[in-house]
Design a protein around this ligand. Structure first.
Ligand code: ADP
Ligand code: MG
Length: 541
């Protein structure tokens, strides 16, 4: 973990502005600390040595204290603003990048991990900005200013501080190094324990059903015991390490104090200078010690930002920039020898696949589950880049075209309908926002969903509709577009035979090119021809 991730500064302008503001505030704080020490020393020395009137000094001191308070307030305000701005920038960038990476990259557990990262995960950046970064800047500015000022009064004391100061980061690094393996082991143990605990709790109804719930009591007790031991041991390490640093700083200050005291007695040093040095000495060590503490407090946020950069640095598939996509109303769509392998999979999902779809044709894709039918549609939509082979239209390869322009040629009904909160009409209009009520109604009719009212709410992810209704709304959403090619992934799963017949008739009536993944004989029979996806062995089983 680096003290300051340069990628954060590069990606988020607010972070750069914040760092500059923090440096300004840090320098001002350092100056005020020095002024405060000088005023204190002058006031005390004045009273002790010649009983002088120190009202002026007291007022000045009050002003300095007020100034330091104002700087703290300013730092906090700036930090909260910066944190909010950076979080929103990173959220937007990650969302945009994830959208460009496409649904295949997003599929499965990735999307839930991404949701956690973009909500709770990034919120962990707050302590990083509000506590850690300002402290890091103070640790860089305050000791330098303090030692520099000390040197003007007492070179030997400044030298002592200069020699002992690096011991603090060195010891911090040593402690961190020694406890790293330990804390990593603990992190892993905690992860395992959390999973185990969730497993046991979610499994309780089943266990109860089979009369095994009692036995789990012991398991839960054992798990929580191990959790307690692990937490206590990490707390012990934390206390011990902060104790060690505290001790080190105290000894260093004592060293300075002994030297100053001796020189004061010998008459080499005036009282005012000696007091100033003594007051300043602890201030030199404080920011360094605190930066270590804040470093741990912000570890979660740093981990989240690393995760963000891992997403942002995932390379986008290379696509062209041509926008003169040939019209698929008149051009044939061809796939030659297409092979697709998903990352982390040894077996190709699709191997040496050829296909030709002429304008106006209705083609059914059949084959066993997992044969690669949905993958064919993903290749056509440009969601996955084939490892070998090409998609050709009008003599040009598909990857020469700008993705958004290319996708205008297609309307896609995915395997999961993917409806949004809103009404039926809202969801259909995702296909074409300008569609009139009549056009929406017509699309619903063609999709066999004429029983659905336009203003019926679909609920979250379409939950207020039945599975079959969700599919038909998704189909209507594809039909309402003016895309020349419809890509339908099992469009009639969950429909009864009658509804299916209506849908097929509706598809035919549009006169558009249709490529559909089909399982049921009625749907396959309704197509002009059927193409089998996958190896022969797979199909024959
Ligand atoms: P079908 O639609 O014919 O059932 P798919 O095209 O969905 O098959 O999947 C073909 C193969 O590719 C399957 O073995 C599946 O497990 C795998 N696969 C599909 N999507 C992904 C993905 N995003 N990541 C990894 N493997 C995938
Ligand atoms: Mg599929």
């Amino acid at each position: 973990m680096k003290p300051l991730d340069p990628r954060l500064l590069r990606r988020a302008r607010a972070a750069r502005a914040f760092l500059v503001a923090s440096v300004v505030i840090g320098v001002a704080s350092g100056a005020l600390i020095v002024v405060q020490a000088v005023l204190l020393a002058r006031g005390i020395a004045g009273v002790v040595l010649h009983g002088a009137d120190v009202t002026g000094v007291v007022w000045a001191l009050a002003a300095v204290v007020a100034g330091r308070a104002a700087l703290l307030w300013l730092q906090e305000v700036v930090a909260q603003r910066a944190a909010a701005a950076v979080k929103s920038t990173l959220r937007r960038q990650v969302l945009e990048h994830a959208l460009k990476l496409g649904p295949v990259w997003l599929s499965g557990e990735r999307s839930s991990a991404l949701t956690t990262l973009l909500t709770k995960g990034l919120d962990d950046l707050d302590p990083y900005f509000a506590r850690y970064l300002p402290q890091l800047v103070l640790a860089a500015t305050v000791p330098a200013g303090v030692v520099g000022w000390m040197a003007t009064g007492d070179l030997i004391a400044a030298g002592t501080v200069l020699v002992t100061l690096p011991l603090i980061p060195i010891f911090m690094a040593l402690i961190g190094w020694a406890t790293q393996a330990h804390s990593r082991r603990r992190q892993r143990a905690l992860g395992v324990l959390a999973h185990h605990f969730t497993d046991v709790v979610t499994g309780l109804p089943t266990l109860k059903l089979f009369g095994r719930a009692k036995a789990q009591e012991d398991a839960v007790r054992r798990v929580t015991d191990r959790h307690r031991v692990a937490s206590m041991s990490s707390l012990r390490v934390a206390f011990l390490s902060s104790f060690a640093l505290e001790l080190l700083a105290s000894i260093s200050v004592a060293l300075v104090a002994v030297g100053v005291g001796l020189r004061l007695i010998n008459g080499h040093l005036g009282l005012e200078t000696a007091l100033m040095v003594l007051i300043l000495a602890p201030e030199a060590y404080l920011p360094l010690r605190q930066v270590g503490m804040q470093f741990h407090a912000s570890a979660d946020g740093v981990a989240a930002s690393e995760e963000v950069f891992r997403v942002l640095e995932t390379p986008l598939p290379e696509r062209g920039a041509r926008i003169d996509v040939p019209d698929l109303r008149t051009n044939t769509l061809q796939l030659y020898d297409v092979t697709v392998r998903y990352p982390g999979r040894a077996e190709p999902a699709l191997e040496g696949f050829d296909l030709e779809v002429r304008p106006g044709e209705v083609v059914a894709l059949t084959g066993a589950s997992g044969a690669g039918k949905s993958t064919v549609l993903s290749v056509l939509l440009g969601f996955v880049a084939p490892e070998r082979g090409v998609v050709v239209v009008g003599g040009s390869a598909a990857d020469e075209f700008e993705p958004t322009e290319w996708r205008r040629q297609f309307a896609w009904v995915p395997q999961r309908p993917g409806l949004r909160m809103g009404t039926v009409a809202d969801n259909v209009r995702l296909g074409r926002p300008a569609a009139s009520d009549d056009e929406v109604r017509l699309a619903l009719l063609a999709a066999g969903a004429s029983e659905l009212e336009l203003d019926k709410a679909v609920g979250e992810r379409g939950q207020l509709l039945s599975g079959g209704q969700q599919r038909r709304v998704a189909l209507a959403r594809a039909l309402v577009t003016d895309a020349p090619v419809l890509l339908l992934d099992e469009p009639t799963a969950g429909l009864d035979a009658e509804a299916e017949a209506a849908v097929v008739a509706g598809l035919r009536a549009t006169g558009r090119t249709v490529l559909m993944v089909a399982h049921r004989p009625a749907l396959i029979a309704a197509a002009d021809r059927a193409v089998v996806v996958g190896s022969r062995e797979l199909v024959s089983v």
